[in-house]
Write a protein that binds this ligand. Structure first.
Ligand code: PRT
Ligand code: MG
Length: 217
């Protein structure tokens, strides 16, 4: 199901990744013809007749690239860990959409003490793989509850003792009376490339990858 050998399809999500990707694409001589925030179109042509962008959910980017429906994509490390990375090359850390994955609890909850006495914690998160790995490594007993968004609400509503979520400014945690108690890892977005595409379309793809690499500070 790989897209045609003479063209490149790039999978991007709207929002912060799209905004921060524009300068990198520009460095590779690629300028989208439309802004996906304004247009409702899901396939966006570019100044290059052989390059198009498809707009997908952030968590669907690795899937489009894995199956070759897109040759290239840009996805957060958070999303890539949950996806597993099958069928993907991850040649570049683009250092965009930076944040950190952390454990947060309601202000006043003594997380360290709960961990020391071996308490079993209920943790709500969208990032089940990352959370499972983190707590297993630390030897903390947890019951993980899968959510699809608004993790910050879970402890306030009595659904969980803690959450695993992304934090950038810390404003969302603060507004909901939560505090960060552990950083799990630093997060940024990566370029992902379909493995078969890279072999079959190397003359088309490699210059794009190289020019994006040159533009990453
Ligand atoms: O929104 P949708 O469900 O479609 O998908 P998504 O939330 O995965 O997409 P999007 O576009 O919101 O995020 C895309 C990528 O940006 C993520 O996969 C991360 O790699 C990266 N990123 C960087 C972030 C943040 N910073 C971030 N702050 N993704 C989400 N947030 C959220 C966080 O979950 C929390 O709710 O922002 C809130 C915290 O922000 P602060 O500034 O208040 O701390
Ligand atoms: Mg979002």
């Amino acid at each position: 199901m790989n897209s045609i050998a003479t063209s490149i399809t790039i999978a991007l999500s709207k929002g912060r990744i799209f905004e921060e990707t524009l300068p990198l694409l520009a460095a590779a001589g690629i300028v989208p013809n439309e802004n996906p925030e304004k247009s409702r179109r899901l396939i966006i042509e570019t100044n290059r007749p052989d390059v198009r962008v498809v707009i997908v959910r952030a968590s669907d980017v690795p899937t489009y690239v894995q199956y070759g429906a897109a040759d290239l994509g840009i996805a957060g490390k958070d999303v890539l860990i949950e996806h597993g990375g099958t069928g993907l090359y991850q040649p570049l850390d683009l250092k965009i959409a930076q944040c950190r994955m952390c454990v947060a609890v309601p202000a006043g909850f003594d997380y360290a003490a709960a961990v020391r006495r071996g308490a079993r914690l209920r943790v709500a998160t969208k990032y089940i793989q990352t959370a499972r790995e983190h707590f297993a490594t630390k030897g903390v007993h947890v019951d993980l509850i899968k959510l699809y968004g608004s993790m910050e609400l879970a402890p306030l509503a009595g659904l969980a003792d803690a959450i695993v979520d992304l934090v950038s400014s810390g404003g969302t945690l603060k507004a909901n009376n939560l505090v960060e108690v552990e950083e799990i890892m630093a997060i940024s977005s990566r370029l992902v490339v379909n493995q078969a595409s890279l072999k079959m379309k190397r003359t088309l793809l490699q210059p794009v990858v190289d020019r994006i690499a040159g533009a990453v500070q």
